[in-house]
Design a protein around this ligand. Structure first.
Ligand SMILES: *[C@@H]1O[C@H](CO)[C@@H](O)[C@H](O)[C@H]1NC(C)=O
Ligand SMILES: *[C@@H]1O[C@H](CO)[C@@H](O)[C@H](O)[C@H]1NC(C)=O
Ligand SMILES: *[C@@H]1O[C@H](CO)[C@@H](O)[C@H](O)[C@H]1NC(C)=O
Ligand SMILES: *[C@@H]1O[C@H](CO)[C@@H](O)[C@H](O)[C@H]1NC(C)=O
Ligand SMILES: *[C@@H]1O[C@H](CO)[C@@H](O)[C@H](O)[C@H]1NC(C)=O
Length: 875
């Protein structure tokens, strides 16, 4: 029997009709007039690449920032750069800004490919938070703050699965004078296929709310990857239509030279549409351009959000009558999406900063990378409706292979999901369980994955040599998910399967043979580390039995685990009992005992605390190379960031946890090799040996998860302890099924200009006269607050929207090391007259108040224009 895994949010009945759509949007906003640019010299965390739009395995765009290159003169790249040849990894995405007729580039590399006499803007800072990458650049007398926001929505999975990513651009005059300001962005069709000779077609839609380009392949091929990219996507480049708000939005589809040249010369596009379709790259490469003319800028604008969203096919097309509805919804949601993102960033960074500043950097770089490895899917029920009780998440083995739900990588990434919302654990594990609880699966031990051809989840019944490794991983993850989420449904549904795995371990773990391989692809006879993972797995089974009311099983597995751990301790230590060995009786061997992390995570204390202490002392005495420690004594020069963090979390001394975090940080911030942050690297040279862009970096959250409390495990009412489960009723086996993957990379750019600039020039001049005093203490880029909110709340409660709940964040909490001060309301123009030098400017206050009132009206009208309902599952 063949059944299909359906993709996510939307799926069409026919597989070949499934497609994924991504959209991203660009929102521009000019913020404050600021007097001086805060040049940040102390940039310390500087990875080789930073995430721009990292949402799923096929919507995974990074910007190289290493090797001394200027990030404002580099093409964005698909995650697997620089593996391709001749720039096949480039994702065409050009951003320009024109200030008083002079053009600056804030994204892309058109400046070096042409001789048009414009320059990259000068980069002054890059800041990374879990959901955002923020660039500060200087463009002549303006400073720009460009925020790439890829939301993480732990509690709203519908939004999480929509491939939407924003770019928000804020501009501020640095000399106190108004400047004519226009912004431009285009994308090419390179996002659509790794075969750049493919033919693409496109069209453009403009409504009162939005303008968007839609681009697709003439001959899409579902389930096929070319150079890692999907081949059946649809991409949107959208922005809000600012015409109604006073600024003017224009668009253009034509060759790169034509569109960019038009903007360069005129600061506006022609609204021309070239409908002579051609290949993705050619002598006249087509680009899909959007521009906004903001006029002279001198006052507060609302931010122009730039986001990207992926719409998985039929779902949005059925939920929303047209793509316009979805795009409108997401563009209008920028403010709240941004607030949610800031709140999430704040929580994560507050927790992480309790450990160290470097640790905050690591989780900031890891969060989107972990989520960028997954697709959230839902099936079509037998009743024809989307089946919201059948959500499955698929992970791709990015950076290594096309394996689907690679169990050891899932295990590495699991802490991120446990930390953000442990409920993610169920849909991540569910496809593995369903397949393995079906008659199609015949192995005694757990599968290593669901197949080798993401996004096709064909199932994988081939025998493999990671029996202990993967079986241990499954048992540990299953209990961890249940403990933290309280959801026992996987245990009750697959109790028999779990028991069979525990039984396999009992018979195989104490003396691992040469046929047993670790996650590091090592076949070590009598492996200490592998053995203890198996024992912890058995102990986890005892805990699951106990929770499920199976007292006899609980006693049995519990006593087995105790007996085994006693024997293990007698074998695993060196003759002086000072450290754990890599393999029994090999007295000079050692290893990072990352598998002990599960003992900590699950609170078993199975391994004696004296061993943790001894092991920590031993690690401290090891010679540390530039990028940290080797995985073990048999692997000269091989480092692994995920295992390093798991090991760090087991240290008995918090200082040593920090030391290990510093080692991982030194590699994460190393930018002399060009790849996206990799899990596997040479500890002397820093060179990558595997796992570029791997979701396994989700392991960075390992230390944080240890402080998340347990909750009582609850079981579904209809399944009792006696309900048969193993290989029984679930014929929905997933063998041969297709994940339905399919991705379309969609990019929507939309610009929302909420203030009518030209009509307020006199007012702005008035404001400008006070600019110096007003802004003396104001950071040009209040990165941690929504500028719109700051203005409104500072001017007057009556016109302000509800202020964000926590508008002021200590800099140390918000970012790694280079976050500018956040202005308090008193620092904002109009906030505190005494402090800002505005004491005699009552009338100016009135003017500002008036302007804010206008802004607010515009905002409200924009909001009410958008009537499409938010995306919801249809049950
Ligand atoms: C986790 O996700 C589920 C499903 O979307 C949601 O109901 C729940 O509220 C989320 N929990 C948290 C803590 O976000
Ligand atoms: C153009 O727009 C129509 C909707 O009006 C859509 O069905 C079609 O697929 C689009 N074509 C391309 C090439 O994007
Ligand atoms: C929805 O999914 C659940 C879980 O796979 C399944 O038991 C149920 O029968 C499905 N419902 C429909 C209407 O298909
Ligand atoms: C594994 O370790 C045990 C106990 O030290 C030993 O007796 C056995 O020979 C070892 N196995 C192999 C294959 O070396
Ligand atoms: C979780 O629960 C288990 C058993 O109920 C207990 O041993 C463990 O210490 C708890 N861990 C935490 C972090 O609460």
């Amino acid at each position: 029997m063949q059944t299909h895994f359906r993709v996510l949010c939307y799926q069409q009945p026919a597989l070949n009709a499934m497609r994924r759509v991504s959209t991203s949007s660009l929102i521009l906003t000019a913020v404050y007039l600021v007097q001086s640019l805060h040049v940040l010299a102390g940039q310390s965390f500087w990875p080789a690449a930073v995430p721009l739009a990292v949402r799923s395995p096929y919507f995974n765009c990074w910007l190289p920032t290493g090797q001394g290159t200027n990030p404002t003169a580099r093409w964005p790249q698909f995650w697997n750069f620089p593996s391709g040849s001749n720039g096949v990894d480039n994702l065409g995405w050009e951003g320009l800004a024109r200030v008083d007729g002079t053009t600056y580039q804030w994204l892309g590399d058109w400046s070096s490919e042409s001789n048009h006499g414009f320059n990259p803007a000068q980069l002054t800072n890059i800041q990374i938070t879990p959901t955002r990458t923020i660039f500060q650049v200087e463009a002549g007398p303006m400073s720009l703050n460009i925020t790439y926001l890829t939301p993480i929505e732990p509690s709203d999975w519908v939004r999480q699965c929509i491939p939407f990513s924003y770019v928000a651009l804020e501009a501020a005059s640095t000399d106190g004078k108004p400047h004519d300001f226009q912004v431009y962005a285009d994308i090419s069709a390179e996002w659509l296929s790794g075969d750049r000779t493919s033919d693409a077609a496109w069209n453009t839609t403009m409504t009162g709310n939005v303008i968007y380009h839609e681009i697709s392949l003439n001959h899409p091929t579902p389930f096929k990857e070319i150079s890692g990219q999907a081949n059946d996507g649809i991409m949107f480049h959208a922005m809000t239509n600012a015409m109604t708000n006073g600024a003017s939005s224009t668009y253009h589809t034509n060759s790169d030279a034509t569109c960019r040249g038009q903007f360069l010369n005129y600061g506006a596009l022609t609204n021309g549409l070239n409908t002579v379709f051609g290949s993705i790259l050619s002598s006249a490469t087509p680009v899909f351009a959007l521009a906004v003319d903001l006029g002279p800028i001198s006052s507060t604008f609302s931010p122009i959000p730039n986001g990207e969203a992926q719409l998985r096919s039929p779902y949005f097309i059925t939920e929303f009558a047209t793509p316009t509805d979805v795009i409108s919804e997401f563009l209008s949601d920028y403010d709240t999406a941004n607030q949610r993102a800031q709140a999430l960033d704040q929580k994560i960074l507050r927790d992480a900063s309790n450990i160290s500043t470097e640790y905050a950097d690591l989780v900031s770089l890891a969060a989107r990378q972990a989520f960028g490895g997954i697709d959230i899917t839902i099936s079509n029920g037998t009743d024809g409706h989307w089946n919201t009780s059948d959500i499955m998440i698929f992970m791709k083995d990015i950076g290594n292979t096309r394996r689907v739900n690679p169990v050891e990588v899932l295990y590495q990434a699991f802490p991120t999901f446990l930390y953000l919302n442990a409920s993610f654990g169920k849909p991540l594990l569910a496809p593995l369980f369903e397949y393995q609880d079906s008659p199609q699966f015949t192995l005694q031990y757990a599968a290593a994955d669901l197949g080798n051809s993401y996004p096709i989840a064909s199932g994988d019944n081939a025998s493999h040599s990671q029996g202990i490794e993967q079986t241990g991983n499954m048992l540990i993850m299953t209990l961890a998910h249940a403990r933290i989420s309280g959801d026992g449904s996987l245990i009750s549904q697959h109790y028999g399967l779990l028991k069979s795995w525990a039984n396999y371990l009992i018979n195989n773990i104490l003396f691992p043979t040469s046929a047993q391989q670790s996650a590091d692809l090592e076949n070590i006879v009598n492996s200490t580390n592998l053995s203890v993972k198996g024992i912890i797995g058995i102990r986890a089974m005892a805990e699951m039995s106990e929770a499920f009311g199976q007292a006899g099983d609980a006693t049995f597995y519990g006593s087995q685990a105790m007996a085994l751990i006693t024997e293990w301790e007698s074998l695993a230590l060196d003759s002086d009992r000072q450290h754990l060995l890599l393999d029994y009786a090999d007295d000079t061997s050692w290893g990072l005992m990352y598998n002990l992390y599960a003992d900590r995570l699950l609170g078993f204390n199975l391994v004696n605390s004296s061993i943790y202490a001894a092991q920590t002392t031993f690690y401290e005495a090891l010679p540390v190379s530039r990028f940290g420690l080797e995985i073990n004594s048999a692997r000269t020069s091989s480092g692994e960031s995920a295992w390093l963090l798991f090991t760090a979390a087991t240290a008995s001394v918090s200082n040593w946890t920090k030391s290990m975090i510093s080692m991982a940080w030194s590699r994460a911030s190393f930018n002399q090799t060009p790849e996206v942050w990799s899990t596997d690297y040479d500890i002397f040279e820093g060179t990558i040996t595997g796992g570029s862009a791997s979701p396994g970096q989700g392991a960075m959250f390992a230390p944080l998860v240890l402080s998340i409390p347990n909750t009582t495990i609850l079981f579904p009412v209809l399944t009792g302890p006696n309900a048969p489960t193993h290989k029984s009723t679930n014929t929905a086996a997933i063998v041969g099924g297709t994940v339905g993957g399919i991705c379309v990379v969609g990019l929507v750019i939309f610009a929302a200009v909420l203030a009518r600039q030209r009509s307020h020039i006199p007012l702005r001049r008035g404001l400008l006269g006070r600019t110096k005093d007003l802004t003396r203490k104001v950071d040009p880029f209040p990165l941690n607050v929504n500028p719109t909110e700051s203005v409104f709340t500072s001017v007057s409660g009556e016109i302000g929207r509800k202020p964000p709940s926590q508008p002021h964040r200590p800099r140390t909490v918000v970012t790694a090391s280079t976050v500018p001060e956040v202005p308090s309301p008193q620092d904002v123009p109009g906030g505190d007259p005494e402090q800002s030098g505005l004491s005699s400017s009552r009338s100016a206050m009135e003017e500002l108040r008036n302007e804010m009132t206008i802004l607010r009206r515009v905002l409200l009208s924009v909001r009410t224009d958008i009537t499409a309902p938010p995306p919801v599952y249809e049950g």
